[in-house]
Write a protein that binds this ligand. Structure first.
Ligand SMILES: O=C(O)CCC(=O)C(=O)O
Ligand SMILES: [Fe+2]
Length: 223
C-alpha cells in the first residue's frame, strides 16, 4: 500500500528547515548508496554540524510520527535518521531497490521507505518519484510538506531534474508488521473504526473492529 501523508510539515516548518540547511553543505549522495545503487544515484546529500542536524531530525521525526495516517499505516518500530537530499539540473536517482538492512545504532530492516517533499512542485521540472508496481509505473510529485510512504520492496527511481532543484527528506522505517499486505489490513481497519467513531460514535461495530484490529496486531506484530 502506498500512502500519501498530507501536510506532515506546515509551510512555516518547511521554510524553517530550508533556512536551517543553508548553514550546512551538500556532498555527493553516492556515499550512502548500496554498491548497485551507487551507479545510478546522482543527487547531493546535506551535511551540517551535529546540533543543527539534531534540531532538524527532531522536528521532522516528531511531525512524521504524530501524523495520524502514518500511525495507522506504518506501525513503526524504528526509523533511520532523515537524509536531506537535493537533485539539481540533471540529478536524480535511477531505478533501484533500497538496501534491505541499514545500520544506525543497530541494524534496521527497511520495511517502509518515505519521501518528504521540501520543494514546491512548481519550483522544479522532472524529479518525479516513480514507482514500479508489478510492471505499472506511478509517478509522484507532492506539495512541499507532504510525504509519501511505500513498501521498501518496491523498485523505484527519481526522474532527472530538468530545471530548478528538488529537495526532499528521506527515511526508512522498520515496522512491527513486516508484511505490507498485513499492514494494509490493519490500516483499513483502523481507518474504518475512526470513521465509525466520527460519524456514528462508539457503536458496537466500533468495538468489534477495534477488537479485531488489536487482536490481529497482537498476532502479527514483531516486537
Ligand atoms: O528522492 C526520493 O524521493 C527517493 C530517493 C531514493 O529513492 C533513495 O534515496 O533511496
Ligand atoms: Fe530509494
Amino acid at each position: 500500500m502506498i500512502t500519501k501523508l498530507p501536510q506532515v510539515l506546515s509551510e512555516k516548518q518547511v521554510a524553517s528547515i530550508i533556512q536551517l540547511i543553508e548553514h550546512g553543505s551538500f556532498t555527493s549522495g553516492k556515499d550512502t548508496a548500496g554498491w548497485h545503487a551507487k551507479a545510478v544515484k546522482n543527487n547531493l546529500q546535506w551535511q551540517g554540524e551535529s546540533e543543527l542536524t539534531e534540531q532538524i531530525q527532531t522536528g521532522i521525526q516528531g511531525a512524521l510520527t504524530q501524523h495520524p495516517q502514518f500511525t495507522s499505516a506504518a506501525y513503526a518500530k524504528s526509523m533511520m535518521p532523515f537524509i536531506i537530499s537535493e537533485s539539481t539540473l540533471g540529478g536524480g536517482y535511477g531505478n533501484h531497490i533500497d538496501d534491505a538492512l541499514m545500520v544506525n545504532e543497530t541494524v534496521l530492516r527497511t520495511d517502509i521507505s518515505c519521501t518528504l517533499f521540501l520543494t514546491p512542485p512548481q519550483d522544479y521540472e522532472g524529479g518525479e518519484l516513480v514507482m514500479n508496481l508489478s510492471g505499472m509505473e506511478m509517478a509522484f510529485k507532492l506539495n512541499a510538506g507532504d510525504a509519501i510512504i511505500y513498501p521498501s520492496t518496491t523498485l523505484h527511481r527519481v526522474n532527472p531534474v530538468t530545471s530548478g532543484s528538488r529537495k526532499v527528506a528521506l527515511t526508512w522505517i522498520e515496522s512491527h508488521i513486516p508484511q505490507a499486505s498485513q499492514r494494509e489490513i490493519l490500516s483499513d481497519l483502523d481507518c474504518a473504526r475512526k470513521d465509525i467513531m466520527e460519524y456514528h460514535g462508539k457503536t458496537d461495530a466500533f468495538d468489534r473492529i477495534t477488537k479485531t484490529h488489536a487482536n490481529l496486531l497482537r498476532q502479527w506484530a514483531m516486537t
